[in-house]
Design a binder for this molecule. Structure first.
Ligand code: GCU
Length: 635
């Protein structure tokens, strides 16, 4: 995001402005129509924060038997969080998590009653389910009853696909866990809290934006709040497989190597991995930490690729636990300025995608949403997608695995988070851990992105360099990237952000023809890239209202957007180390920052397709370039 005092002028960095923090703060405020009050972004009084405690990530949980808690939940909107805090802002001992209701003879007034409250569908954001919640940011309480019979000797975990942004969980009035971070899945143990017969669960979710949040106060996407992805109960044996890493060795592209972790295992417990179709089985023993290192050398292995998205059913067994997963085996690496998939240079023909549900809008979280979005990407001729700016629903990765679409997955370190705060780093690293914890065995994911358009400060570079090292430590089989801002001097684009040193692949965002210059200036633009690394043009594009037509010089028309794409494709073909692109963006998406009446109406209109599925002219220009191979060089 440019910083030159005039926010909308350009998108590249006018180096004069970097230093002045005031530029950044200028961007904050925007209007507030009717409906529920929007709690002001938390900056002042440090509140009792929900630490991510007692949560973990059960890998492959979508392949485990589970008891779904999806459906209609009662809800109560609580802007002052009166259900949790006293008038002196201390945590209540008898908060709404007790799920009481007024009864004759009560010693004090009970001022809530879930059974008499309306319902919200889970999974789902609240903003698109009730008009009065469209703009609402703040705490909302969820409650539902459920009958359940625990299996003897089993442990029970509450699985949450995502809860935006902070969430507190109680089962039968007892605190189970808290979590911070709106886009990653997590699990918390509720063994002993759930009993046979009738149970109830109460959840408080607060999507208030926070300066010390990840993301922070400004996002060019709608801050959809709530239990936005699946919620369920999962039973596992006392000792069970909670995480594993199985990937193809870059050394020989024949050996499958990795590890399996068994929670609650005794040292020496056996783990067996069987890939029947590849006629290979291996058994290994766990060490004192419950971890077993494994190595399998199948006689033959068909490698995963977009052309041949081969998935193998892998069966993992340890003690009384058996887990099945569908895994593709492939290698991805860089060689100079090339990206190699299974040792072959590739070009990433992509598009950027937000998790906005097509047609109905709101947070995307169904197989139908996923099939529509990835179906359009495939129709466009893509072999790759950038999932922005946060981890998407697990279905997206599973489907990309099956469809043979390579994925850029991103941690929501977006714009100017508080890079100088260790507690903010801890949040970002925790979210990265959850992201990798859920998706490390998804063949489709080839790139972990650390961040998007962050300011070039020393604190930022330290923060993200540390995080990149952590990502490599957690997963050495993928490439690390980030979407960088670029500097502009006349018609020269300079990619020399110091963060580039920590990356395997450079992502660069530019908006020639929209936030700066004219579409045709792309044709005059020269790129200076300070790194001998592969580069992906992670964003470019412009807004167009579907169906709005005019001359190619008229902003907001399809013709103007089409003109941007034509000139961009020409320019991109002249960048020698360009190895991929993901124009901004596949589909129009909601944003509180986009308010031009009659055109934007709270939508970012840079989509190649409208939120109602109308393909704009630029869609067909890019489709032609991708399908006829008119853009991109693999080496
Ligand atoms: C930015 C940013 C996106 C944003 C886009 C835009 O570069 O990364 O999140 O939506 O530009 O301005 O449309």
């Amino acid at each position: 995001m440019t910083i030159n005092g005039n926010y909308r002028a350009t998108r590249s960095i006018d180096t004069r402005c970097w230093k002045s923090i005031s530029c950044i703060l200028l961007l904050v405020s925007f209007g507030r129509p009717d409906g529920y009050a929007q709690s002001p972004p938390v900056r002042a009084v440090p509140t009792v924060r929900a630490q991510t405690n007692a949560t973990t990530v059960l890998e492959d949980s979508d392949h485990r038997a589970n008891f779904s808690l999806n459906g209609d939940w009662h809800y109560m909107v609580d802007p002052y969080f009166a259900g949790l805090y006293t008038f002196h802002h201390e945590e209540k001992k008898d908060g709404w998590f007790e799920n009481r209701k007024p009864r004759p003879g009560d010693t004090g007034p009970v001022e809530y009653d879930f059974s008499k409250s309306p319902t919200l569908r889970v999974p789902g954001d609240w903003n698109t389910q009730a008009d009065r919640l469209f703009f609402y940011e703040g705490p909302v309480w969820y409650q539902r009853d459920f009958d359940f019979t625990p299996t003897a000797e089993k442990r029970i975990f509450l699985h949450v696909g995502a809860a935006n942004y902070r969430a507190w969980f109680w089962v039968n009035g007892k605190r189970a866990c808290d979590h911070e971070g709106g886009f990653t899945s997590f699990d918390c143990e509720v063994t002993g809290l759930v009993h046979a017969g009738g149970n109830f669960i109460v959840v408080a979710v607060d999507n208030t934006r926070r300066a010390d949040g990840v993301p922070t106060l400004e996002t060019d996407w709608w801050n959809y709040g709530g239990l936005t992805r699946d919620v369920s109960l999962i039973e596992v044996p006392q000792a069970f497989i909670d995480s594993y890493d199985l990937h193809l060795s870059r050394a020989d592209r024949k050996t499958i190597e990795g590890w399996v972790h068994v929670s609650g295992a005794k040292t020496g417990e056996e783990v067996t991995i069987n890939i029947a179709e590849a006629e290979v089985t291996v058994t290994a023993k766990v060490d004192e930490d419950g971890r077993a290192v494994v190595r399998l050398v199948p006689k033959e292995l068909s490698l995963w690729s977009p052309e041949h998205p081969k998935l193998y059913q892998v069966e993992l067994t340890a003690a009384a636990d058996t887990l099945k997963d569908d895994i593709g085996f492939r290698t991805v690496e860089v060689r100079g300025t090339e990206i190699l998939l299974n040792g072959q240079p590739i070009f990433l023909r992509g598009v950027s995608i937000h998790a906005e549900a097509p047609y109905r809008t709101g947070r995307a979280n169904t197989q139908k949403d996923v099939d529509t979005l990835l179906g359009w990407a495939k129709e466009l001729g893509c072999n790759y997608v950038r999932l922005a700016h946060y981890p998407h629903d697990e279905r997206m990765m599973r489907t990309a695995d099956r469809m043979g679409i390579m994925v850029w997955s991103e941690n929501p370190v977006y714009w100017a988070v508080e890079f100088d705060k260790p507690e903010v780093y801890a949040k970002a690293e925790a979210q990265l851990g959850e992201e990798i914890g859920r998706d490390r065995n998804k063949a489709s994911i080839i790139l972990w992105s650390m961040a998007n358009e962050t300011p070039n400060t020393d604190a930022r570079t330290r923060f993200l360099t540390t995080m990149a090292a952590k990502a490599r430590e957690m997963d050495s089989s993928r490439l690390i990237t980030a979407a960088l801002l670029v500097r502009t001097e006349g018609h020269t684009k300079i990619v020399d952000d110091p963060l580039g040193k920590a990356l395997d692949v450079i992502g660069a965002n530019e908006y020639i023809g929209w936030y700066e210059q004219r579409p045709e200036d792309a044709g005059k633009t020269v790129w200076k890239i300070a790194y001998g690394k592969p580069m992906i043009m992670s964003e470019f594009g412009g807004d167009a209202k579907a169906g709005l037509h005019g001359s190619a010089n008229e902003r907001w028309t399809e013709e103007y957007q089409a003109s941007i794409y034509r000139y961009q494709l020409g320019m991109l073909n002249h960048i020698p180390q360009l190895r991929g692109m993901s124009p901004w963006v596949l589909m129009d998406f909601r944003s509180p920052m986009r308010q031009l009446p009659g055109i934007q109406d709270y939508f970012n209109r840079k989509g190649l397709i409208s939120d109602q599925g109308d393909k704009k002219q630029a869609f067909f220009i890019l489709q032609k370039a991708y399908i006829e191979g008119l853009v991109g060089k693999t080496e």
